[in-house]
Design a protein around this ligand. Structure first.
Ligand SMILES: [Zn+2]
Length: 293
């Protein structure tokens, strides 16, 4: 509750300098404490913007964003879109380009139309059955607003900033330039949607080991950017976090999607197998192996 009240204060003064409420370097469950630090920032506006924790597909990043690029404080006009599958409504800020809005709606229409013929135990626990409307509802009950951001730059496609707004997802220009398949893009936005869950500490990530080597002895790198992951906060210790849940979703699409093409199911399996490498806890890995392989 403390966190909520601090958050509403922060919402009112996001331009304030932020190092004192930025998350600490320990990424294993300490973020909430760091955010609930009693030392509140001064309310005076600053041109340098705020420190924010971004969750992208390659982990958590602390960024000081130039205030104008943040695009989150100024009162924006929004366009509401009601998903015909779920009847749930989400909004796009008016600065989200039309082609990016269309891509997002198309992706949600694709996943919302999916038909399955089974589900693994972990999938049932997190999502329910492999079923389009179930996926669309999962997403749209967590993400109700979509805006544009650079998401810290680099090759980021989407991000959330749960300590600023827990029900908003930010897309970047890369959302339509992305060279990975549609099911992989959906993996990213479902990964992000899991981070909106305040009640679960936003499923903060764990640091990948250093060195971080695969069974073949080779260094494990990001499938999204090719960057080395050793020592980065880009792994999970639970099957239920962002990496685990989106991996479980795609592995189930591979195994149980009745309406998908062979190509979609193959891609789903490929990206699921890749993200499984980011689960670093032996017990969690065992549980997922038993459930999915
Ligand atoms: Zn994440």
């Amino acid at each position: 509750m403390i966190r909520k009240s601090i958050l509403s204060l922060l919402s009112a003064c996001l331009w304030a300098a932020g190092p004192s409420f930025a998350a600490g370097p320990d990424f294993d469950g300490k973020l909430r404490d760091a955010v609930a630090s009693p030392s509140l920032p001064a309310m005076a506006p600053t041109p340098t913007g705020a420190m924010l924790t971004l969750f992208t597909i390659d982990g958590m990043r602390q960024v000081r964003m130039p205030a104008p690029k943040l695009g989150v404080l100024s009162a924006q006009n929004v366009t509401a879109f009601t998903d015909p599958v779920t009847n749930l409504t989400y909004t796009f800020d008016d600065d989200v380009p039309a082609d990016i809005q269309k891509q997002m709606r198309d992706d949600l229409a694709f996943i919302g139309g999916l038909k399955g013929n089974g589900a693994s135990g972990l999938h049932k626990e997190i999502f329910g059955q492999v079923d389009g409307p179930t996926y669309a509802r999962f997403f749209e009950t967590r993400v109700t607003a979509i805006g544009m951001s650079e998401c810290g730059g680099g090759n980021a496609v989407a991000c959330v900033m749960p300590f600023f707004n827990s029900s908003k997802m930010w897309l970047t220009q890369n959302f339509i330039k992305f060279s990975h398949p549609q099911i992989a893009r959906l993996m990213i936005v479902f990964h992000e949607s899991r981070h909106t869950e305040d009640a679960n500490g936003n499923w903060s990530h764990a640091r990948c080991p250093k060195p971080f080597l695969g069974k073949d002895g080779q260094e494990i790198k990001s499938i999204w950017t090719g960057a080395a992951l050793a020592g980065e906060p880009a792994c999970d210790k639970t099957p239920l976090g962002s990496y685990g849940s989106s991996m479980i979703m795609l592995k189930n699409v591979q195994k149980f999607c009745a309406s998908c093409t062979e190509k979609v199911r193959m891609d789903a399996g490929l990206y699921a197998d890749d993200q499984f490498k980011r689960i670093i806890d032996a017990k969690a890995r065992q549980e997922m192996l038993k459930d999915l392989y």
